[in-house]
Design a protein around this ligand. Sequence first.
Ligand code: DHB
Ligand code: MG
Length: 227
Amino acid sequence: VGAPKAAAVDAYVEQAVVRPGPEFAAVQRRAEEGGLPAIEISAAQGKHLELMVRISGARQVLEVGTLAGFSTLWMARALDDGGGIVTCEVEPHHATVARANLDAAGVGEKVDIRLGSAEQTLQSLVEEVRTGTREPFDLVFLDADKAGNPRYLELVMEMVRPGTVIIGDNVVRDGGVLEADSDDPDIQGIRRFLTMQGEDPRLEATAVQTVGAKSWDGFSLAVVTRG
Ligand code: DHB
Ligand code: MG
């Protein structure tokens, strides 16, 4: 699915404007060597995330779903000293590969990889924000199991402030998001995740479809307008 030239356009965009440094190919090489699935976002999408961090002026970033740390590295590049990313990963091997990748890329000290179920990690982060030992997050990127997204969003909403940006990956899934009666928990998770954002009076949200090297999918984007 997707436009026939979409992957070629991604390659063109990558060399014309994205211009990823060699550290990104190194991340992908270590991911492949480690046997991780090649389901990371494209470089163009990674640069998009980097720019979202820059535009929003985010200092504290939360990511759910580290994998090999590819998107983590794009966002970490946008952070000044003092800024940081907490990234949640459930697979110990993924976390090990990501740690090596982020350290090798020189952003290791900005990234706190929390190993464990995302729900449990988010619950402990909520507690840290509630007790004032941690600032609310400025930008959140949700890219783990999509079945978990409704619960992750619920918890995220307890550690945001007006202006916080919330981005979700894979919200279109080759059009699968249309299947209201799907028995795929990821489809149901995405549908609920989008509806929750549409209905939440604290959020303004949209979703933008994408084609490219990663076929037909999309990002959701929301901003917290009030607490
Ligand atoms: C899958 C997950 C992702 O986050 C993604 O970007 C692409 C595919 C998956 O689970 O298949
Ligand atoms: Mg994804």
